[in-house]
Every structure is written in C-alpha cells, then in structure tokens.
Design a protein around this ligand. Structure first.
Ligand code: MN
Length: 455
C-alpha cells in the first residue's frame, strides 16, 4: 500500500487524555477524529452542535470553538464550527487540515492550554451512549452507484444467467439519482413500505398487487460526502479529487425487492429505494483513512482500460472491512446477541471513489458540499462477502435455467430468514485495520423494521 498520504497525525503511538480512546479496540482513537452532530440541551431548549468522537465519548466542538480553545473565537474556523452541520467545513478544503490538527492538539495526552482548557475539556465530553446523534451533514442530493462487479454479476445472473454483466459495466460507472428527503440517521425505525408488486412468476396473468412489501432487503454500502463541489458546466478533473472527497460513512440502502422487480424497467429504481436510506452518524475523513489507501483494483487482463478521464492517480482503493449483523425481535427477547451474516471489503469494488466522483461531474453536473454518493452494494468474490439478502439467500439457477429455491439464513433463535421480518434490526459496521496503524472505525449504522401502515 502507498504510504505517501500518511503523516504525523497517523502516528500509532499518539495517545489522548480521554482514556477510552487508547483502547486498541475502539473505533475512535485520536488518529480518527470522526465528525458528528448532536442535540445539545441548554436553557430548556435543544439545538444542533458539532462534535467529534473520541473513544466512547463525544467532544462538543461547537462549545470549544466559541470558547476560543480551537483558535480565534471570532475567526473563520470558529464561525464554521458553530453551525448545525459540517457542510461549511466540507465546502472549505483549505480548513480540513486545520480542523484535524486543532482537534488532535486539544485531545492529545500532552495537551496544555492552562486552567481554562482543563476545566472546559471535562465539561465538553458526553458518553456516546447518552448523546442524541443527528445527521452530521445536510444532504441536498443523493446518488447511488453500482460499483461492485460481484454484486452486479450476481444480480445480473438472477435475470440473465447467460449474460450477467451488461456490456457497458466495465466502461461506465452505473448510477441513479436517489432521494435525499428520506435519508435518516442510524437508530431511526424503518417502516416497511407499501407498494405495487409484480404478478407471481407462475401466474403472470394474475396482475400486480398492492400492499406491504414482501421481499424487504438491506444493502451494505459506504457513502461518500462531497467536499468543495464544482460549478455547473465545469467537470471535476481527476487531479482535483482530493479537494472533493470530504469523508465517508456507512449507508444502508434499504430495498423493496418485489417493488423493484416490477417497477425498474425501463428507468431504474424508484419507490423500491426511496422509502428510507439510513446513514451512520459519523463522517470519517479521507485524512483519517489515508493509511488504508492503496493501488487498484487490478483489472482482469481481458478488461478494457478505463477511458482517460477516469484513470486518475490509481491509488484511491481503500481497504475497509464491512460487516452486516442481524437481530430479530425473538433474539432480543431471548437475550441472544446479533448474528453476523456477512463480511466483505471495500477494496473489492470495481470502481473507486475518485472515479465515481469524476464520472458524476464529467457531464458538467454540479456537485455541492454534503452531497452523498453511495457506492452500491459491497459484495466480494466469496459467498461470505455478499452485501444483501438478495444475494446471500440466492442459490443460482438449476439445470432447467430456472432459479433454485432461496436458501434461508438460520438465526440462533431457531427462526429463518430469506428477507427481513418486522422487528428485525440490521446492524452494519465498517472499520480499517493495518499493522503499524491504529484501527479506524466508522461506528454503526442501525435500523429496525416496523410494520407497514394499514392499507
Ligand atoms: Mn444501492
């Protein structure tokens, strides 16, 4: 892996005065500095403050900035940190390094700053478990890609066994415009959607039905928050992507497969996708992820080279492990721990984050700070690395060319699942590990299914 992006801020020996941040297992060591926002209560009302995760605590960044502990309290940085979201900072790449170094300085085990700093620093901490986290960014636009060749091949094979990957796949990153209004933060219940469902395969003449989704699924994805953005009509050059990639998060792109199957042709996903998308509450900056960046992915020898505008520096392939866990209502009642049902890596994606971004703006479409680009379902080459139930429970096609019956997942409660049931909670995790560096975690992205509205 290339180490040219690593600097002193990634030094694994650095410690924080927040003891829990020095635990080797934490998602949030002082080398991470995951950005978040939360409801701060004072004088009987509450409003959004910015924070940073450190160990098992949230540090109130807005209060520190106003107190002059992160530089001039009247300065540009303090002004931008007294905002309800990180969008202003995202739009200002010239401040990213300063935010990281100021927070690291303040949280450093050797931090000085005198009596005032010592008094304030304890007061500015709240345990994560007692914090009401809200979305860290205002997302104006959301685009979802399809960047895993393994996912695209598996799903393609369900519909086109002889020709799973369409001929455009290796030339053009495929995506569609999602909807920002239904993006929710981790922990928000997700209501089973109602919708039109295709007639049963065996009875095509029966006509479609309308009712609660029967094939409810999740999609394990990572989200990318756009930084500076570009002017309408001005593509983003591959050389400028570092200013445009602010941070990443976990994204659960909930999917209603029966609705999807019926509606997706010819214009693509619509109501099967836009009833809810859940984000983890932390922005993991590309700076924090630098030690896990590398070359690739390697294309097969027969694969076409990407067109010149998509070639870039070739080192935006990030090794991020992703996991999906599930806990049913029965499991919760019986005190059974969640079950891990998949584990994959972001480095198995066919298209990298710089390519997704450059491609999105290549026609002059303007991206703006805080826009969210979803990676698409992260599936790898092995069965264990499949990022949605549609793939996990799929057994391929029989000799007659027809799909074999789905193989359900067995839960420790004795229940089985081919798709999600009401009361199921899906828990997604993502983290980076590499010898010589501290673990960088993304936190969790949780969502529990609640019953559909009455028809
Ligand atoms: Mn998706």
């Amino acid at each position: 892996m290339a180490d040219k992006h690593v600097n002193a801020s990634h030094d694994q020996s650095m410690k924080s005065w927040v003891e829990s941040a020095n635990d080797r297992a934490t998602d949030f060591p002082i080398q991470n500095l995951a950005l978040c926002a939360f409801q701060a209560e004072h004088d009987g009302h509450s409003h959004g403050h910015l924070g940073v995760a450190i160990g098992d605590q949230i540090l109130d960044v807005s209060t520190l900035a106003m107190s002059g502990l992160l530089g001039d309290p009247e300065g540009e940085l303090a002004y931008m940190l007294h905002a309800p979201s990180w969008n202003f900072i995202a739009a200002s790449p010239h401040l990213w390094g300063e935010v990281r170094s100021k927070l690291q300085e303040f949280l450093h085990a050797d931090a000085g700053g005198g009596q005032k700093a010592r008094r304030l620093r304890e007061k500015a901490l709240t345990p994560i478990a007692q914090t009401k986290l809200i979305l860290p960014m205002t997302v104006f636009d959301y685009t979802d890609f399809y960047a895993s060749k393994h996912h695209a091949s598996n799903v393609g094979a369900m519909f086109r066994p002889d020709n799973p990957l369409l001929p455009n796949y290796k030339h053009v990153p495929i995506g569609y415009h999602g909807r920002a209004s239904s993006i929710v933060v981790s922990g928000t219940p997700v209501r089973r959607p109602l919708g039109q469902q295709s007639p049963p395969d065996a009875e095509p003449a029966a006509g479609p039905g309308f009712g609660p989704c029967k094939l409810l699924d999740y999609e394990m994805e990572l989200g990318l928050y756009v930084g500076a953005g570009n002017q309408l009509g001005e593509p983003i050059a591959a050389a400028d992507v570092a200013q445009q990639l602010f941070g990443m998060c976990i994204l659960n792109d909930w999917s209603a497969r029966d609705l999807q199957k019926w509606e997706y042709q010819p214009l693509g996903p619509f109501l099967a996708k836009n009833f809810a998308s859940t984000l983890s509450p932390f922005v993991i900056t590309l700076d924090a992820l630098a030690p896990f960046r590398g070359e690739g992915p390697l294309r097969d020898s027969g694969d076409p080279q990407p067109l010149p505008y998509l070639r870039g520096s070739g080192d935006w392939n990030i090794d991020i492990t992703v996991e999906v866990w599930i806990q049913s209502e029965q499991m919760r009642q019986k005190g059974l721990a969640p079950l891990r049902i998949s584990r994959g890596s972001f480095k198995d994606m066919y298209w990298t984050i710089d390519q997704l971004l450059v491609h999105h703006a290549s026609n002059g479409c303007n991206l703006q700070a805080g826009d969210l680009l979803g990676s698409g379902t992260i599936s790898g080459p092995t069965a264990e690395a499949r990022g949605c139930l549609l793939e996990i429970t799929w057994q391929g096609n029989g000799p007659d060319g027809k799909a074999l019956p789905r193989k359900p997942i067995e839960l420790p409660s004795g229940e089985t699942r081919t798709f999600l049931a009401d009361g199921d909670e899906v828990i997604m995790k993502a983290y980076c590990e590499r010898e010589g560096y501290r673990r960088i975690g993304f936190g969790e992205c949780r969502g529990r299914i609640v019953p559909a509205p009455a028809v």
